[in-house]
Design a protein around this ligand. Sequence first.
Ligand SMILES: C[S@@+](CC[C@H](N)C(=O)[O-])C[C@H]1O[C@@H](n2cnc3c(N)ncnc32)[C@H](O)[C@@H]1O
Length: 269
Amino acid sequence: MVTGKNNPKPVNTESCPQPDGFFSDRLNSIIPTSDGSVTLMGPYGETYHSTGGAVDESQHVYIECGLRHYMEQREAAGFLPKVINIFELGLGTGLNALLTYRETLRNNFPDLQINYRAVETNPLEPDIWEKMDYAQTEKEKAFFHQMHLGPWDKPFVPASGFTLIKMKENYLDLTLYDPIHVVYYDAFSPAVQPDLWTYEAIGKLIPVLKENSVLTTYSCKGSFRQALHDVGFSIEKLPGTGKKRHILRAVYGSQNSLITGVSNASMAK
Ligand SMILES: C[S@@+](CC[C@H](N)C(=O)[O-])C[C@H]1O[C@@H](n2cnc3c(N)ncnc32)[C@H](O)[C@@H]1O
């Protein structure tokens, strides 16, 4: 069995992460997933995406439940934004960035300027990301290449309405300055990166989070939900995709109550 970050029964357990090198024979190997897209084996014996479907998972968790939900909520409140700032923890393969850019290319949010910032400690080598064939069009392919090859800390504007800045830093050392409206929280799991799923880690976002900002992630770990609640989010467990039963959405500052039920109304379209 392939150990995936979203597999219900990972080989790694929280009390017993595998030592570095344990999976070195498979590190960075390309793994097929159930929706026909690929993912990558990472350094902790976890895949970068769910083996139940890499593209399906990213589209559902981050685009539909995150970005689209934020836009729909703002529109319903009568405040359709012209600019939104997205922050991603873990650029990795760049799949989430590509799917977000696809929204711009398809004009799914007319007149919206998306500023996308992603942090990454371990950039992938070209011989790896070149094998991640997520792009569907020539424009997407060009974006994917330029995103990976381009410089760090410099704005990249592939098209009007979309700006990407990638930062080669440890999230835990980062100081954020620009306001954030949408967070894609996509580190490896709490079992292998416990420091990234704590009150302290999530607290780094608080000074720059806008009221009603939306954070989504694939992990529903109870202590992380509690940490989100403690810093001022209201929390929903939503249906997942593939092998994953639930995912998490947290909205900052609106109600400050812990919601643990599953909301079918929030399923992706
Ligand atoms: C589960 S993968 C997901 C990557 C990406 N979102 C994608 O779709 O490919 C987690 C990513 O977070 C990065 N990462 C882990 N810890 C980090 C940290 N402390 N700061 C920044 N990036 C980190 C890893 O190197 C990896 O690329």
